[in-house]
Design a binder for this molecule. Structure first.
Ligand code: UGB
Length: 599
């Protein structure tokens, strides 16, 4: 039998601290020391040590903050007390104009000094998908999953940036992925099974976030696990953990010492994000922003945070994301009786935060050295009744990565960049049932809309580059009415920027609405192509392919599927459609050389 005498001094000190902080209930059911000192009790000490070390300031700081926040919540204190909201001004970009093209160029130049951080610790409860979200296909024309697309985008940026720097730069853009117990193993498996989708394994670092202790009441008594009374119940702390992890793992310092200048944060299921990265990074570099948040026009009450300027009575101001459930009450309490409403533009005057953040590494590391990566937290207890004395179930502190600027001094350069939603934002967050209930005109943020948005974006970009792309038709899938454009997709290495797209399209090109086109290769040029059907072209690096002429075939038709039909794989039925691949022209070029593909 094991004995509690094996405990380290730190573990004993930690237990003393818990007793002093009013947490005796954690031990009350324990037998005398020396009796029944079994594995469960030892595991309790291991767990508390872990909870203590993974939280900046340790468990005592966690309990103190929890008491303060729970007291504020009980009295109904407004977290924005003393602040009044107003519409901030930021960089508003128009896709394809000269300014946009210049920003894209500046961004590509900077990319080799960037590191990417994907926050992928969330289970996606709103989507209700059984797997990890980064394993979902971004679109089913090629079947490429989100993680593969993200990695291919970063590799394409790396290559474009290095060749702009003269080709002699060997920069590798690092990718860190924040996982959690819910996603870690499956993320690692996905990467390993697919040889890291072409990245060097050393280029990718997984940082696992830990859950935090649950709280039973307003006194911040830590909650015991209902199934194991020698274990503290834990729940996720939120994506804000990414800052303390980058700091405590030492990774941020490694990047800084390697001369990197930017860190870009992004979320698990936005299939359009990388269309916005070059220009947004260009804005950061040109405007020398310490913090740059990407935003899109936002419909009032849409479930994404609003970027807001907050001015305090004492004169302090900050530009910050105000979460969707707080923006409306804040406005109502500040002299806007109608709350969050659309203006004459049809959108809320507060741009929508898409949680794509670009930080300059130097000032970021300096700040984290002071804070250890701790950022402002919040608590959201569900009370049993209006006396607010008891909770329906245990709660915990939470934090969001976009709250980082809240602790910055006024001298920090915090800006934001607004881009068209059709270009930059198509998250997959809602299950079909909830998406079908979204008020008409507001985005569904579902697997259906997420995929259709990719086709729309590619079609619109081609149109801007001079290709005649037919208008979309309206169709209903899983109860959601969406625009169906030609199913056009290309690999990131084909084109990252508008200039690159334009350089690969020439003459009179046209694509009919019923067409499908997948371009999988970097050197594929479209010249006088008229497509009415399905065309799939793949080419290795070094193969130069010219595609042109009038191509017609039966193509791929779209079939409705019902999300309730469990005979169909989940990743398909959540989008409400699949393709019937009747006929296509498909060519794969495996050897370097010059080729011409005509009907
Ligand atoms: N995530 C983690 O990595 N760990 C966690 O503990 C939790 C989440 P959600 P949310 O873009 O539409 C955000 O749940 O938090 C990852 C912004 O706060 O999809 O409801 C998770 O894996 C909001 O302002 O989103 O809302 C995922 O990649 C708005 O911008 C990411 O964090 C909204 O996103 C986001 O998690 C949006």
């Amino acid at each position: 039998q094991k004995n509690l005498s094996v405990l380290s001094i730190e573990q004993v000190e930690l237990a003393k601290m818990l007793l002093e902080m009013g947490q005796t209930h954690l031990f009350q059911h324990w037998s005398e020391p020396g009796v029944d000192d079994d594995d469960e009790k030892l595991a309790f000490f291991d767990q508390t040590a872990k909870l203590n070390s993974s939280y900046p300031g340790g468990l005592s700081a966690y309990i103190n903050t929890a008491r303060e926040l729970l007291a504020d919540s009980k009295t109904g204190k407004n977290p924005y007390d003393g602040f009044s909201p107003s519409v901030p001004s930021g960089e508003v970009l128009t896709y394809g104009d000269d300014t946009f093209v210049q920003f894209e160029e500046a961004g590509i130049k900077e990319a080799r000094k960037a590191a990417f951080v994907l926050v992928a610790g969330g289970l996606g409860e709103r989507l209700g998908y059984n797997g990890i979200k980064v394993d979902l296909p971004r679109e089913i024309t090629t079947g490429t999953c989100f993680l593969q697309h993200y990695i291919e985008s970063i590799l394409a940026l790396q290559e474009a940036s290095c060749s702009l720097a003269g080709g002699d730069s060997q920069a590798e853009i690092p990718l860190a992925i924040m996982t959690s117990d819910d996603t870690h193993l499956r993320t690692l498996e996905l990467l390993e099974k697919n040889s890291f989708f072409g990245m060097k394994p050393t280029q990718v670092k997984l940082l696992k976030q830990e859950k935090v202790a649950c709280l039973d009441d307003n006194e911040a008594h830590l909650a015991l696990d209902p199934h194991n009374k020698y274990k503290i119940q834990t729940k996720p702390h939120g994506h804000g953990d990414v800052h303390s992890l980058l700091y405590s793992s030492g990774l941020l310092k490694v990047w800084h010492d390697a001369g990197l200048r930017w860190v870009l944060f992004f979320q698990d299921t936005n299939g359009l994000l990388f269309k916005a990265i070059p220009a947004a990074l260009g804005v950061s570099a040109t405007k020398q922003y310490h913090v740059n948040s990407l935003a899109v026009p936002r419909k009032a009450k849409e479930a994404i945070g609003g970027i807001t300027k907050l001015t305090h009575k004492d004169g302090r101001t900050m530009v910050i994301n105000v979460e969707y459930n707080q923006l409306d009450p804040l406005l109502r309490a500040s002299g806007y009786p109608d709350g969050d409403v659309n203006s004459e533009t049809g959108y809320s005057p507060f741009p929508g935060n898409i949680n794509q953040l670009i930080f300059e590494i130097g000032p970021y590391l300096e700040e984290l050295t002071k804070t250890g990566g701790a950022i402002k937290e919040f608590v959201n207890p569900k009370y049993k009744d209006a006396t607010k004395t008891a909770f329906k179930s245990s709660t915990r502190l939470e934090c969001m990565m976009q709250d980082y600027p809240k602790t910055l001094p006024p001298s920090a350069r915090v800006g934001f960049t607004v881009m068209d939603a059709w270009l930059a934002y198509a998250p997959v967050k809602n299950n079909p049932e909830d998406a079908a209930k979204v008020p008409k005109g507001n985005p569904y943020h579902s697997a259906t809309s997420g995929e259709m948005a990719i086709y729309r974006s590619h079609s619109l970009i081609l149109r801007k580059a001079g290709v005649k792309v037919d208008d979309p038709v309206i169709q209903v899938f899983n109860g959601q009415e969406v625009e169906v454009w030609s199913r056009v997709v290309w690999k990131p290495k084909w084109a990252l920027t508008f200039s690159e797209v334009k350089s690969k399209v020439s003459g009179n090109c046209s694509i009919s609405q019923r067409s499908t086109m997948a371009i999988k290769g970097s050197n594929i040029a479209l010249e006088d192509l008229s497509l009415d059907g399905a065309l799939i072209v793949e080419a290795v690096d070094g193969a130069e392919v010219k595609v042109g002429g009038s191509m017609q075939n039966k193509g791929w038709s779209i079939e409705n599927v019902d999300y309730k039909d469990t005979s169909i794989p989940e990743e398909i039925r959540i989008r409400g459609f699949r393709f019937n691949k009747v006929e296509q022209l498909e060519r794969t070029y495996t050897e370097p050389g010059k080729y011409s593909l005509t009907p």
